[in-house]
Design a protein. Structure first.
Length: 477
């Protein structure tokens, strides 16, 4: 009997010790950060959990007081959980929002903390003091549900986009004038509107940005006020401004034989990089200049002018091509003028010299016939023409043979050696030609080449003396 009693006592002691150990596996304490608030403020508490076990444990915080109260964390967690290291502690900030509280009082909420592994739960009280209900309107906490949408969410800044705001009054409060403020990096608006009891309203705003707004991701923040009091916490809507680029032809500038064209490339991206491409031809390119200087490339047997587009501070770049045909016209005019001047001032006499009937002796040239032609290419008769020809000292005129249809006026010795043959022609009619010829003979056979000087014709027209020279000729094999 004594042994049975001792065994029962031992079992009781073990069960008590196990219960005590189980009950003390963790401790929860509440540290007040902000526990006295007005009705539209948020209370704040730190939930501190002490893990008394030798293993890491996960805990879940169970909300209390809904639907009159809301409990949440930042960032939001659902469920609210916390991992606590072995024999250590951890805390989490808990925000408590009075949703439907209409009187000044002190409220206690029994919040639960559960160890997930064992399911053990501890209830801890959270006490909140409502010190004022002044923010109530007509006995109600202002509750306006709001949402915002931007259409399209990605848009070209040159095009219109729409901001749509949906308001839903959850209470029988008549708002005669609500102020809606919308702000972003790119725009700022303030709208005033009434909102009746339990009314649902949609407000649409058509917006236009600066067409050169840079591509970017932005956020529109909307807040709703009654007088100076915010009744809807800020709502954020993200949107994006897209990049674009345009290429336009500027009006053509045209003057006499000169055409100037421009192409303007613009982009809302200050770092835009692209190309400007204009078709051309090789002929046209001869008369074309570009600014800035372009590169000429060929693609599929077509020719193009290429620029690398680098917009400036105004996010635009303009290139120009200038087709200038004035130089070619100037060249043509000068050529015509030169031809006219040539015909105007050219010698009326044309003198040509040639060699014919070459004779050979002892392997060399022994004699040849020299022909001098004098032609009047002017429209008038030319009188008193003096024609002269020269021969080097190694040749002489063959006097015994016929020397042409017209005999020389004189055959003289040149002071430096050689002969000078002179003819006097009384007159040559317009377009007529006189042929003068003689036969020269070499004193020794000419084995190489003999160059004969040019013949000349001289006349006087009015007070002007005209001298025309012929070509030079060579005698040789």
């Amino acid at each position: 009997m004594g042994k049975i009693t001792a065994l029962l006592i031992l079992i009781t002691i073990l069960m008590l010790s196990m219960g005590i150990a189980h009950a003390a596996s963790f401790d929860v304490s509440i540290v007040s950060v902000k526990d006295k608030i007005v009705v539209d403020e948020i209370a704040e508490f730190d939930v501190v959990i002490q893990n008394n076990l030798g293993t890491d444990e996960d805990f879940t915080v169970k909300k209390a007081g809904y639907p009159f109260w809301d409990m949440y964390t930042k960032p939001l967690q659902n469920p609210i959980s916390l991992k606590v290291p072995a024999l250590g502690s951890a805390s989490i900030r808990l925000f408590v929002d009075p949703l439907y509280i209409t009187s000044v009082d002190t409220y206690t909420l029994d919040m639960g903390v559960v160890m997930e592994r064992t399911g053990q739960e501890q209830k801890v009280p959270i006490t909140i003091g409502i010190k004022s209900t002044e923010p109530l309107i007509g006995g109600y906490i202002p509750t306006v549900l709001a949402s915002i949408s931007i259409s399209p969410e990605k848009f070209d800044p040159r095009k219109e986009f729409t901001i749509k705001i949906l308001l839903n009054n959850q209470n029988p409060i008549n708002y005669t004038n609500l102020t809606i403020k919308i702000e972003s990096n790119l725009f700022k608006d303030e709208i005033h509107t009434p909102l009746g009891p339990r009314e649902e309203k949609t407000i649409e705003i058509a917006k236009n940005l600066d067409g050169m707004a840079s591509p970017q991701k932005d956020r529109a923040v909307i807040a709703i006020f009654k007088d100076d009091r915010m009744i809807v916490n800020p709502i954020v809507k993200e949107f994006e401004v897209e990049e674009y680029s345009t290429q336009e032809n500027l009006p053509k500038e045209q003057s006499f034989l000169k055409i100037r064209r421009g192409v303007r490339v613009s982009s809302n991206n200050p770092d835009y990089s692209g190309t400007i491409k204009i078709g051309t031809t090789l002929i046209k390119n001869l008369f074309m200049t570009t600014y800035p200087k372009a590169e000429l490339v060929s693609e599929n047997e077509q020719h193009y002018l290429i620029w690398q587009a680098k917009p400036g501070e105004d996010k635009a770049m303009t290139v120009y091509t200038t087709e200038n045909y004035r130089p070619i016209v100037v060249i043509i005019v000068l050529a015509i003028a030169a031809i006219l001047l040539y015909f105007l001032f050219r010698s009326p006499l044309v003198v040509r010299k040639s060699i014919a009937n070459i004779g050979m002796s002892e392997g060399g040239i022994s004699d040849a016939k020299v022909v001098v032609r004098v032609k009047n290419r002017s429209p008038s008769q030319i009188s008193s023409i003096e024609v002269m020809d020269s021969l080097p000292h190694i040749v002489h005129i063959e006097r015994d043979l016929s020397i042409g249809s017209m005999q020389p006026h004189a055959v003289l010795k040149h002071p430096k050696g050689g002969l000078v043959i002179k003819w006097n022609i009384e007159a040559i009619e317009p377009g007529d030609e006189r042929v003068l010829s003689y036969r020269m003979r070499s004193r020794l056979p000419i084995l190489g080449e003999l160059s004969l000087p040019a013949a000349s014709a001289r006349c006087k027209i009015g007070e002007k003396v005209i001298i025309s020279n012929s070509n030079r000729v060579s005698v040789g094999r």
